[in-house]
Unconditional design. Structure first.
Length: 168
């Protein structure tokens, strides 16, 4: 996965529209489906929990199907990219203890994965205006750069390949 420059304004606008659209579709869809089912199959006891639950499930599955179907649409490009980047960073974070141990021994792949994680996190935090922990990230990046210099390695986030995580 490559880190790319994201238009922050476009990303935020499209993300907000997708979120609002999903919420509206869930509310309207689940109510419409459950009320239709209740009208078609009334329950004498007055409990319509199963029909309401089925309405929510059907609306949720439909929304997930639509999001998956339109994930390649130009409108969704930034939203999908950020979602995939977060998944990639999550995979790295789950292996971070092993990566840090290997990086202290000079493992180039571990150093590269950590470097990509820091660069990706920096990109995400800037998109989300989450600059509170940016100072801590700078300290960690400096430590990583010192380790890389100790082993005469040059780290470039563009060289990262997710397959290198399999060895950790």
């Amino acid at each position: 996965m490559q880190l790319i420059k994201i238009n922050k304004v476009r990303y935020r606008r499209h993300l907000n529209l997708v979120i609002v659209g999903c919420i509206a579709a869930l509310v309207i869809g689940s109510l419409a489906i459950s009320q239709t089912l209740i009208a078609l199959f009334p329950d004498e006891s007055g409990s319509h929990f199963n029909w309401n639950l089925l309405g929510v499930v059907i609306a949720s599955v439909t929304i997930a199907w639509l999001l998956n179907k339109y994930r390649t649409h130009n409108f969704m490009a930034e939203v999908v990219y950020v979602w995939e980047l977060k998944q990639c960073l999550n995979k790295i974070n789950r292996k971070m203890p092993k990566l840090k141990a290997a990086s202290r021994e000079g493992n180039a792949d571990a150093l590269l994965a950590i470097h990509f994680s820091y660069a990706g996190s920096r990109l995400l935090w800037q998109l989300d205006d989450n600059t509170i922990v940016m100072d801590e990230l700078v300290i960690q990046q400096t430590e990583l750069d010192n380790i890389a210099a100790k082993f005469n390695l040059t780290l470039n986030a563009d060289d990262y390949d997710p397959r290198i995580l399999k060895q950790f």
